[in-house]
Design a protein around this ligand. Sequence first.
Ligand SMILES: Nc1nc2c(c(=O)[nH]1)N[C@H]1C(S)=C(S)[C@@H](COP(=O)(O)O)O[C@H]1N2
Ligand SMILES: [Mo]
Length: 198
Amino acid sequence: MAIVARGFTGRGRSDPALPPGQYLTQDFPVLSAGPTPRIDTSRWQFTLATETGERQSWTWEQFLALPSEDVTVDLHCVTKWSKLGSHWTGVPLEEFLGELDTSAEYASVSSYGGYTTNLPVEDLLGGQAWIAHRYDGEDLTPEHGGPARLLVPHLYLWKSAKWIRGIQLLIEDEPGFWETAGYHNYGDPWREQRYWGD
Ligand SMILES: Nc1nc2c(c(=O)[nH]1)N[C@H]1C(S)=C(S)[C@@H](COP(=O)(O)O)O[C@H]1N2
Ligand SMILES: [Mo]
């Protein structure tokens, strides 16, 4: 294998924080598959359902009363932009899943507006995922998923469902909106899992 010095590999930057095939952006592009739903926090609810049909819901007030964390994370979109060091406030998924009696390994995430995405339950735990309600010190805007969105920055950003409404735990995996349309089922940016077959 030829050894190619960094800087001689073409236009791509070789920032070690950038997964393969990604470029840096300072903006925060908006990518939504449909219209932006407007959900008043007075009628917002987040519902977690287990594989046995057990359900638990949180109102906006109950959600805000949970312990939240300030996190700084890198975002990687499958359309190739990456944004490094973005600041969020959110409730770690352990706060919702922690007490739950489940043997489900898969999660189907659904949003107000109908978007869905899927990921292993394991990827929601271990300090890797939050339901975020603040971005850069401000309430999350509707365009970026406000009042609250999933934030799973170690996977491509399509897994970070905006306008999150619920999570259904499943024994068998259930591909979501983009996963059904050809995006990779798991979506690890470091392994460049963009499409089925990658
Ligand atoms: N509900 C919902 N969530 C979504 C999407 C969407 O269309 N609807 N798009 C996904 C995709 S493809 C990306 S790249 C990110 C974009 O988030 P942003 O618009 O805040 O940059 O949201 C993800 N979450
Ligand atoms: Mo995306």
